[in-house]
Design a binder for this molecule. Structure first.
Ligand code: SF4
Length: 440
């Protein structure tokens, strides 16, 4: 049997102005480009669970209009993974394969939240985590008796995940590779799709398993840059220690996404720096009380962290780890003053990098359901607008156009090269004093 694993990648914002800015201000699209150029770990993991007698290959589709060559492969079965923004292309591709007699499996967060929609396009779908049901999918595919839906129960533990098949990648195409060290998040933010939809709880991978994956990567790429494919890598200090121990003495530089609680542990920040952690994407969301109020739905946790934000950025950066502060525009408490507030926060704290995006109602999230109930979604099923940069809802205190234009104008100011250099200079000076190499 020939199995093709197909990742839809390369999200592009609708906003022409934002794309135009991206041509001249790399900061706007830097992170988007990095994300788009990373392989899809879930498919490489399924490849690792596929028996040797099945011929398996991994492919990325960035743009259907320019993509060619699939018809040469003659797959018996394809598995397509896609996020919301590219789901229309994924569906088109599914129909293309099915018309040729190739059976199509679809999965991922979007499919998990919209199973009925996905069933119109695929022979079978996987909802929830893929690992526990993949052997059943392959067994049924061999018998030519695929079920319509494979739904993971909650029994899978990340410690049992196999080492992803990094060897399937054309490694020269990538500037960083992914390792997943945990799934889920102890918090519940109402806009967060990944943490809420795919996994039943927060689970972690032990240090020896992380190290085994690192060894697999360094066997094919001796000095890679690694990104942790986690929702919230440092939510648990014990797990953070496990990550540090896995990376210790490996000579690898790496990046992670986290909440601000890591700043309360200076000893861990030292360990992180020593283990090669060079940047954290910090989910700040908003520098304002009105923005943060109730976006974390369990205990209003994010609002309670606001008074620690400036100190947290300073503490992390003073330990030699640059901070990419992540803000969401268009929260219900946001007024037009939010754009200046974010700019001033970045200035005051000397944030090394800043990421701004607009509130995005991904299907299945509490945010989507709330905005839909309030009749505030502009195009409720236009999933291609889920780019993180295109406004598809009615903000509370602005028009959609004001929010869209506010994002563009703020991006221009934040990524102005002189402002970027001014923010980074404090980090460079500190690094020089400590004898640390400065980031490239
Ligand atoms: S803290 Fe981050 S990962 Fe956790 S639920 Fe909120 S947005 Fe998602």
């Amino acid at each position: 049997m020939k199995l093709g694993l197909i990742a839809m990648s390369g999200v592009r914002a609708w906003s022409k102005e934002l794309n135009d800015i991206g041509m001249t201000m790399p900061g706007v699209v830097e992170r988007g480009k990095v994300i788009a150029s990373m392989p899809t770990l879930s498919l490489l993991t399924l490849a690792a669970l596929t028996p040797d007698d099945i011929e398996v290959s991994y492919h990325e589709v960035r743009d259907l209009r320019t993509h060619e060559g699939f018809d040469d492969h003659d797959f018996d079965l394809v598995a397509i993974a896609s996020q919301s923004a590219q789901i229309s292309d994924a569906n088109t591709l599914a129909h293309h394969f099915r018309a040729r007699g190739t059976r199509v499996i679809m999965g991922g967060i979007h499919v998990t939240s919209m199973p009925d929609e996905a069933l119109q396009h695929a022979d079978a779908i996987v909802t929830g985590e893929g690992e526990p049901v993949w052997p059943d999918v392959l067994r049924d595919a061999r018998r030519k008796r695929l079920q319509k839906q494979y739904c993971a129960d909650a029994s899978f533990h990340l410690a049992d995940a196999p080492i992803p098949r990094y060897d399937l990648l054309d490694i020269d195409r990538y500037n960083r590779l992914l390792i997943q060290t945990c799934r889920g998040c102890p918090h519940r933010c109402d806009f967060c799709a990944s943490s809420i939809l795919l996994v039943p709880g927060y689970t972690t991978k032990p240090a020896h398993r992380i190290r085994a994956e690192l060894d697999a990567i360094t066997s094919i790429w001796p000095h890679p840059f690694i990104e942790l494919a986690d929702d919230n890598s440092f939510a648990s200090p014990a797990h953070t220690r496990a990550i540090c121990s896995a990376f210790k003495d490996k000579g690898v530089r790496w990046f992670a996404e986290t909440d601000v609680s890591i700043a309360q542990h200076p000893d861990l920040l030292d360990e992180l720096r020593e283990s090669g952690c060079r940047q954290v994407l910090l989910g700040l969301e908003s520098p304002r009380t009105t923005g943060l109020d109730h976006i974390e739905t369990r205990a209003n946790w994010k609002l309670r962290q606001l008074s620690k934000y400036e100190h947290a950025v300073h503490t992390i950066q003073s330990h030699g780890i640059t901070v990419n502060g992540c803000f969401v525009l268009g929260l219900d408490g946001d007024t037009p003053e939010v754009f200046d507030d974010i700019y001033n926060f970045a200035d005051r704290t000397s944030l090394y990098d800043v990421q701004v995006s607009v509130l995005t109602p991904f299907p299945g999230t509490p945010l989507y359901n709330r905005l839909r109930a309030e009749n505030r979604l502009l195009q409720p099923t236009e999933w291609s607008a889920c780019t993180l940069f295109d406004v598809n809802f009615q903000p509370k205190h602005m028009t959609p156009d004001e929010l869209q234009q506010g994002l563009v104008d703020l991006a221009r100011r934040l990524y102005d090269p002189a402002f970027v250099l001014q923010r980074r200079q404090r980090f460079f000076d500190h690094a020089r004093n400590r004898g640390w190499a400065t980031p490239e």
